[in-house]
Design a protein around this ligand. Structure first.
Ligand SMILES: *Cc1c(COP(=O)(O)O)cnc(C)c1O
Length: 402
């Protein structure tokens, strides 16, 4: 008799990522030898800088291969404290920092540490794909705050105020944003921080793209613009994006003692310390020469200028100018209802499917981020590939019939 594997409700209710369908299809086509232009990458295409690799090699050779303190090694915590001071003017103690296995685990731990079943967490839309799932895995309820491309995806304070109630535990901010590349301005950060203090909720600020900015300004978050709000702010960050270190899996949290202590307790009973060698590499990334960052940011800026220009030159597309990260998030809703072959394109998933099948472009449908009007293209790839992708996109869109 077949055993119908009994699984936990939390897994049954966990929605599979809508990006998986496109990703699986792209991989299958690639395996058949089909030339796919991949504009779906969520990571820098650059290699990790050499001096960072050297620090890891040295750590291995010196036998730095044992358990470390759960919250991270002192050397890395010191480098994180120095970064928080250098970029945000914020002072933390080592106890107010937790090093985790990627920025994602930091977010997971902090939500596990603060959210009770039934608690609400406000998530501005478009959102990073994992926020709703991480909240739901803690029994929390994601409450969505819509935004518009016409205001560069700004937070509408009136709408936010209408969503906050006694169950509101936190809001998650992500600036620069994945998927939009939008950056919240100082006034918005201050307004949200003031409101969090007034109403007594937390701000989780996902600052993973903080140094990938094109507006000439340095990193900012709600605690740096309103130091009185510091006890309400939990910073989530990491080395993955800034230093092209996604595979090394080092992220961190900084925030008030009780929250960090609780998040550390969660980590102590699940994964313990982050990889010892990668911690040494991350310390070298944060405290070593920073010109590698400037070079990568400049390359991203040039690609952004190119891709935004190409997209806005296409009939029916409108693409806001991103101020950070390495994604563009154009509105393709003008093509909704158009037809190709026998098929009608009604959703962003239909569009992503069409682009994959017709133009062999892999991209992520906006619905993955909560807004069906858009498509996310990553420009963290070779400029020649971006150019080829834009040529193919232009051709494919011309073939659509209204
Ligand atoms: C990439 C990313 C992260 C964290 O990535 P890690 O590889 O886990 O450090 C967090 N938030 C956003 C929005 C991201 O795009």
């Amino acid at each position: 008799m077949a055993w119908d594997t009994p699984l936990a409700d939390r897994v049954k209710n966990l929605k599979p990522s809508p990006t998986l369908a496109v990703d699986a299809k792209a991989k299958a086509l690639k395996a058949q030898g089909i030339d796919i232009v991949n504009l779906s990458a969520g990571e820098p295409d650059f290699d990790t800088p050499d001096h960072i690799k050297e620090a890891a090699i040295k750590a291995i050779k010196e036998g730095f291969t044992k358990y470390t303190p759960v919250g991270g090694i002192a050397e890395l915590k010191d480098a994180i404290l120095a970064k928080m001071k250098r970029h945000y003017g914020l002072e933390y103690t080592p106890e107010q920092v937790l090093v985790s296995t990627g920025g994602k685990q930091g977010l997971y731990n902090v939500i596990q540490a603060m959210v009770n079943p039934g608690d609400e967490v406000i998530v501005p839309v478009p959102y990073w794909v994992s926020y709703p799932a991480i909240i739901e895995l803690a029994g929390g309820i994601p409450v969505f705050l819509p935004s518009e491309a016409s205001t560069n995806f700004a937070i509408d304070m009136e709408r936010l105020k209408a969503l906050v109630n006694s169950k509101t535990k936190a809001i998650i901010l992500n600036s620069p944003s994945n998927p939009t590349g939008a950056v919240y301005d100082t006034e918005t950060l201050r307004a949200v921080a003031e409101f969090a203090v007034e109403k007594g909720f937390y701000i989780i600020t996902d600052d993973i793209y903080d140094e990938i900015r094109f507006d000439g300004k340095g990193p900012e978050n709600p605690a740096s613009v309103l130091p009185e709000a510091k006890d309400h702010v939990i910073v989530a960050n990491g080395v993955s994006k800034t230093y092209a270190m996604t595979g090394w899996r080092i992220g961190y949290l900084a925030g008030p003692n009780p929250v960090i202590k609780a998040a550390t307790k969660i980590q102590s009973q699940s994964t313990s310390n982050a990889n010892s060698i990668a911690q040494k590499a991350a310390a070298s990334a944060l405290s070593g020469p920073q010109d590698c960052v400037a070079r990568m940011v400049e390359a991203f800026r040039q690609r952004r200028d190119y891709i935004v220009d190409r997209l806005n030159g296409m009939e029916g597309i409108s693409c806001p100018m991103p101020q950070g990260a390495f994604y563009v998030f154009p509105d393709l809703s003008a093509f909704s209802g158009s037809r190709a072959g026998g098929k009608t394109i009604s959703t962003s998933l239909d569009m992503a499917d069409y682009l994959l099948e017709e133009a062999k472009i892999a991209c992520v449908p906006g619905i993955a981020f909560g807004d069906d009007r858009f498509i996310r293209f990553s420009y963290a790839t070779d400029p020649k590939i971006i150019e080829e992708g834009m040529n193919r996109l232009e051709e494919a869109l011309k073939k659509l019939e209204k």
